[in-house]
Design a binder for this molecule. Structure first.
Ligand SMILES: Cc1cc2nc3c(=O)[nH]c(=O)nc-3n(C[C@H](O)[C@H](O)[C@H](O)COP(=O)(O)OP(=O)(O)OC[C@H]3O[C@@H](n4cnc5c(N)ncnc54)[C@H](O)[C@@H]3O)c2cc1C
Length: 413
């Protein structure tokens, strides 16, 4: 029987046996993401290589680019089976769920073979170079520029908030290539080697102590003609696909992610129920009410992701409906962080030095809770997209629409 005809259950059993023989099994307390641990990236690449060699990488990516070409049900079965094993989860966002699907939709044949194949083999990490110091919401307003010089392009400008760029090999970078065209029509997407000459990368330390974010400065970075993804000056179409994949991934609906982070004490996503058990507060009526509210919202989120994913696949809903998943994700992560802190009580912010480590992540997670309303586009922008492009309400007024970008007034210009 060919692998493509294998049933989901047969695939599940084969995965179970392979996982048991090839990947380390983890106990709950071993699941811990250390933002300071750069060696973790090396380990993630090794794990991805193991998955590839074992025939379990890229379950939903096409076979011609190194994947298995299977339906999301197979990926879901693999996620369930791999939940207790060490998995290369760091590669899920943005490499597998955002950058690789964007290249799949919009890239050249060579780019698909090189970069999707490279990522599936554990040889490449890809990141997003979209936001700029001047702002991230108005993505079509980027001012990083790429100018043609014979057969090459010369890139100048700056990007920021690039998650895990320090550990990456390539970035999808949106730059302006025609200043006389209106802002959405003068953009081009490039595949940029992160360690190219002329790129200065700095890491940014966040309020929770993590320094996963980076900023990059481009000074006369030379890019070959085949660095262009899609067509020259049609980068907005590429960026739009990328944003759909990003919102789907952040919202929890991407079929390209492999493995699932388990909710467990000791990580920022510990559930209020687990926190209450550990804090000995299960009998507190207020705590029980909070847990109930969290549980309902959490279940609604799961159902919504399932419904929207199916609806987008069958084209019942348009691609911008991904913003609904993204919006709900932000609401749930805020609620989880707020309730987690309330349930954890004083221990979540002032924990004892030795035995309170599991509670320290709750307080730290709360400090970053606004991140859920910004990453993948802000909550306000998600509401704009839902109203305009899902519900068909009137578009927000924009003074810069159809005006040559060189004539658009910008702060500092
Ligand atoms: C966890 C996380 C990961 C990220 N990863 C990446 C990454 O890998 N690569 C990358 O390029 N970027 C990344 N970002 C950046 C992210 O895309 C931006 O933070 C986001 O797009 C908002 O841009 P900004 O922070 O510049 O805010 P601004 O665009 O300056 O907006 C400021 C505020 O104004 C509001 N606002 C702006 N315009 C409107 C409008 N038209 N209507 C209503 N409200 C509006 C916004 O909602 C926001 O509250 C990440 C951010 C986070 C938090």
């Amino acid at each position: 029987m060919s692998e493509a005809m294998e049933t989901v259950e047969a695939f599940r059993l084969r995965a179970r046996v392979w996982l048991g023989g090839n990947l380390p099994r983890l106990e709950d307390h071993e699941i811990r993401d250390d933002p300071e641990d750069d060696a973790d990236w090396v380990r993630n690449r090794e794990l991805q290589k193991l998955l590839y060699e074992g025939g379990f990488a890229g379950i939903c990516f096409p076979r011609e680019y190194g994947g298995l070409g299977l339906a999301p049900e197979y990926q879901e079965a693999f996620n369930q089976e791999s939940a207790h094993y060490e998995m290369p989860l760091r590669l899920n966002i943005p490499t597998f769920s955002i950058c690789a699907p964007t290249i799949l939709d919009m890239g050249s044949e060579q780019q698909k073979r090189d970069h999707i194949g490279g990522a599936l083999r554990g040889e490449e990490v890809l990141v997003q170079l979209l936001s700029e110091p001047s702002g991230g919401s108005d993505l079509a307003g980027v001012i990083t520029r790429a100018e043609r010089d014979g057969d090459t392009w010369v890139l100048n400008g700056a990007k920021t908030w690039s998650t895990s760029a320090y550990a990456a090999d390539w970035g999808l970078c949106l730059a302006r290539t025609d200043w006389d065209a209106p802002k959405h029509r003068g953009l081009t997407m490039f595949l940029v080697p992160i360690r190219a000459a002329g790129i200065t990368l700095r890491r940014v330390r966040m309020t929770n102590g993590a320094n996963e974010f980076c900023e990059e400065f481009f000074d006369d970075v030379i890019l070959p003609a085949d660095a262009v993804v899609g067509q020259v000056n049609e980068g907005w179409a590429v960026a739009s696909r990328q944003l759909v994949h990003e919102r789907t991934a952040v919202g929890g609906g991407s079929p390209y992610m492999s493995g699932r982070r388990r909710r467990s004490i000791g990580v920022e996503s510990a559930t209020p129920l687990e926190i209450a058990r550990r804090a000995g507060r299960m009998d507190d009526p207020g705590v029980r009410e909070d847990i109930g509210a969290w549980y309902v919202q959490h279940r609604v989120h799961e159902q919504m992701v399932a419904r929207l994913s199916a609806g987008m696949k069958s084209r019942l809903y348009p691609p911008p409906a991904a913003s609904m998943m993204r919006l709900m994700h932000a609401e749930v992560s805020w609620l989880t962080a707020d309730i987690g802190l309330r349930v954890g009580g004083s221990q979540a912010v002032a924990y004892p030095a030795e035995d309170g480590k599991e509670f320290s992540d709750i307080g730290r997670g709360w400090l970053m809770r606004q991140g859920g309303s910004l990453g993948g586009g802000s909550t306000e922008m998600a509401r704009n997209i839902i109203s305009e492009r899902v519900l068909g309400m009137p578009r927000e007024y924009a003074a810069d629409r159809d005006v040559p970008f060189s004539q658009v007034r910008r702060s500092g210009s």
